[in-house]
Design a protein around this ligand. Sequence first.
Ligand SMILES: [Zn+2]
Length: 276
Amino acid sequence: MTLATLKDVLDQALTRHFAVGGLVCLGWEDMRAYALAAEAEGLPVILQAGPSCRKHTPLPVLGKMFRTLAESVSVPVVAHLDHGYTLEECREALDSGFTSLMFDGSRLPLAENIAQTAQIAEMAHRAGISCEGEIGFVGYSDGETSEGTEPEDAAAFARDSGVDAMAISVGNVHLQQNHEGGLDEARIRAIEAVTDIPLVIHGGSGVPLAQRRALARGSRICKFNIGTELRMAFGTALRAALAQDPERFDRVQILSAVEPQLVTAARAALRTLGPE
Ligand SMILES: [Zn+2]
């Protein structure tokens, strides 16, 4: 049993100078591949269920799946809710066995974001689990534009919300496909100067690999969320598996053929963040 909280794995990452992958899960086959990848690399992993995952599969089922996988490996596994938008959603994740809740109040005014996040963090801590919040706004490729995190807002948010980790907007953008979004290191250092809690980068797929590696080892960024590059690996492997045998129709056979490539892609992603 290696179920862990977000705080457990981020504390370890800070001390050992690396970052943990927050891998975006959409179903059993990808989350199992990510757990196997973490086991093979000897690194912790954060399995995360975001809005589209929850739309597809109910939270109580996802909680059970994450916990079952945590029991099957020897590395720490965090069962994480990604972008919870309401108290009710966060409470349902808690009741479903999640060990970490991200509340996204980044579209709210600062004071309201702090107040609502503090309520979720208190609920999480009372239950012995962790909470991540977001300050500034991380935009979406071909969608809403970002609003960079102001260091003074980050300091107030870290101090008053009680979160265990803080997602920041420093040039990162969700859903980028080509590692094209370099991060603003001056802004990261300015945020680090005014707070000491672990920092989180959403949209990690968009960050150039060399910068991802350097910041994982040389900054307080302890969690990179990685979704798009793994979903792309899944799509490529799935197309190849179907093309290889046009007669194949069984879901388990098809997805079993996809799994090795998904494990390889997840291992590579975790390795870019791992310790020297
Ligand atoms: Zn995100």
